[in-house]
Ligand binder design. Structure first.
Ligand code: NAD
Length: 467
């Protein structure tokens, strides 16, 4: 038996194979957990399929009550979940605590929703109603940057709508999800919640499986494309929340101090490993030097260390692959622009890279055009706003963006011209479970959160009665 187990058909189970989980701040192995196999995935899917008829027939209020119990259990164990999240993911304790609390808010939000019948028409000829039926078994595929929050953006709406679920966390961050499923074991009927782990080799098994009705996937654009392809044969419902390359457009009239602080936070939270992090900043030439200098000050003041130490503001990259990928971005960025601060890997154990600001850089450079997903922020100088908007809209990404100005009306007009799922004004990365969230272009298909996100876990059914 390992420190953690899988939850399949209401039982905590081991696997013939195990895998090790590493703390990215120390590179030490912190836990062993079972590694899922195709046989275990089959068992999990079969259990979810078997549990579906009874679960979907339960009144919605009863399903909601059990979700609230899960939120209570997470609340009760929030200290332990926070520490586990920091140890496996690397983010500072304060950010881990926010993630756990936000995840609980998501569970409670969905537990408070209803899926009412809509009365579309009632006249002398007919009565038409719109119902929402559950789909069946949902596969929830989770990335490593917000493992608990992303899990809780999927499980509650899936279950509230009457579906059952098989979760698959990322290989490098399975522990928090496994622990929450252990809590779920004593709350939900057997088979309603199941979890398998893998080494990046069972995701496609889930996406192709004929007994999985829907895939809710969060991860990279490259994997999202594979998910779309592999779900085609069974015509599964899919929601894809993918990568982003969020631009910030800074107008010449901003309060530079205030904006520098907010932009820095939105770019370097979770060591820059956020789909919605600010990843490229377009600054009007008249304030370029001043804002660049302020951002450098923030980078120098950051405390980069093991996230479990009090006071740490930026932790390590989450895993070795990402660390190596970001190093390659860094080397290319140094050739394409000038390092204003940072620019080096830190000589210590753990996957640490100095918070880096790259200046004097243009569109066309890799660090501007592609998703770096790490602590490197490129600053692009602009003169002409129309031209900047065209350049931004030429990107394949369209997850988020923000416009910063003292003139809110002007900023809002600019926001409407940017093609992205969310465009903020004078803030970035503000999210809420009651506001739909999804990407434009290659950043995704469908939405999560809110009524629209909940509806994606259902089949719309029209009942049309002749009179
Ligand atoms: P990833 O695509 O490598 O992996 C995501 C998940 O997919 C993991 O669980 C992985 O095991 C699984 N997977 C791997 N191959 C698969 C396949 N062929 N079929 C099905 N599943 C497969 O992404 P990552 O590196 O874990 O996460 C970082 C990426 O996720 C970034 O691009 C980031 O922007 C994006 N992201 C997006 C959002 C959003 O809501 N839009 C949120 C968080 C992260």
């Amino acid at each position: 038996m390992t420190d953690y187990q899988l939850l399949i058909d209401g039982e905590l189970v081991d696997s013939p194979q195990t895998m090790e989980v590493v703390n990215p701040a120390t590179e030490e192995i912190i836990a062993k957990c079972p590694r899922g196999t195709k046989e275990l995935a089959d068992k999990a899917i079969a259990a979810a399929k078997k549990a579906f008829p009874a679960w979907s027939k339960k009144p919605l209020k009863e399903r909601a009550a059990l979700l609230n119990k899960l939120a209570d259990a997470m609340d009760e164990h929030s200290g332990e979940l926070t520490a586990t999240l920091t140890r496996e993911q690397g983010k500072p304790l304060a950010e881990a605590e926010q993630e756990i609390q936000f995840a609980i808010i998501f569970v409670r939000y969905f537990a408070a929703q209803d899926i009412p019948v809509k009365h579309l028409k009632d006249d002398e000829n007919c009565r038409i109603e719109e119902h929402h039926l559950p789909l069946g078994v949902v596969g929830g595929i989770i990335p490593w940057n917000f493992p608990v929050l992303v899990m809780m953006a999927k499980l509650p709406p899936a279950l509230l709508a009457g579906n059952t679920i098989v979760l698959k966390p990322s290989p490098t961050t399975p522990l928090g999800s496994l622990r929450i499923c252990e809590l779920a074991k004593d709350i939900f009927p057997a088979g309603v919640v199941n979890i398998i782990t893998d080494q990046n080799d069972l995701g496609s098994y889930l996406t192709q499986h004929p007994d999985v009705a829907k895939i809710s996937f969060t991860g990279s654009v490259a994997t999202g494309k594979k998910v779309m392809e592999s779900t085609a044969a069974t015509l599964k419902r899919i929601t894809l929340e993918l990568g982003g390359n969020d631009p910030g457009i800074i107008l010449d009239d901003v309060n530079v101090d205030e904006v520098a602080q907010k932009v820095f936070a939105a770019a370097f939270v979770n060591c820059g490993q956020v789909c919605l992090a600010l990843k490229r900043i377009y600054i009007h030439e008249s304030i370029y030097e001043e804002l660049c200098n302020k951002l450098v000050e923030h980078a120098k003041a950051a405390i980069v260390d093991d996230g479990s130490l009090q006071g740490t503001t930026i932790g390590p990259l989450q895993n070795k692959n990402q660390y190596e990928k970001v190093q390659a971005f860094l080397e290319q960025a140094k050739r394409d622009g000038n390092v204003a601060t940072g620019g080096e890997v830190m000589e210590r154990a753990g996957f640490f890279i100095q918070p880096t600001i790259i200046r004097d850089i243009e569109d066309g450079a890799q660090i501007v055009d592609e998703e770096q997903f790490g602590p490197i922020l490129p600053l692009v100088k602009y003169k002409n706003l129309d031209e900047v908007i065209d350049r931004i809209n030429a990107s394949e990404y369209g997850l988020g963006a923000s416009v910063w100005s003292s003139d809110v009306d002007k900023a809002q007009d600019i926001a409407k011209r940017v093609v992205a799922g969310t465009v903020w004004v004078n803030q970035h990365f503000a999210m809420s479970p009651d506001v739909p969230f999804g990407g434009a272009k290659s950043s995704g298909i469908g939405v999560e959160f809110a009524e629209e996100g909940l509806a994606e876990y259902t089949q719309r059914q029209i009942i049309n009665v002749a009179k």
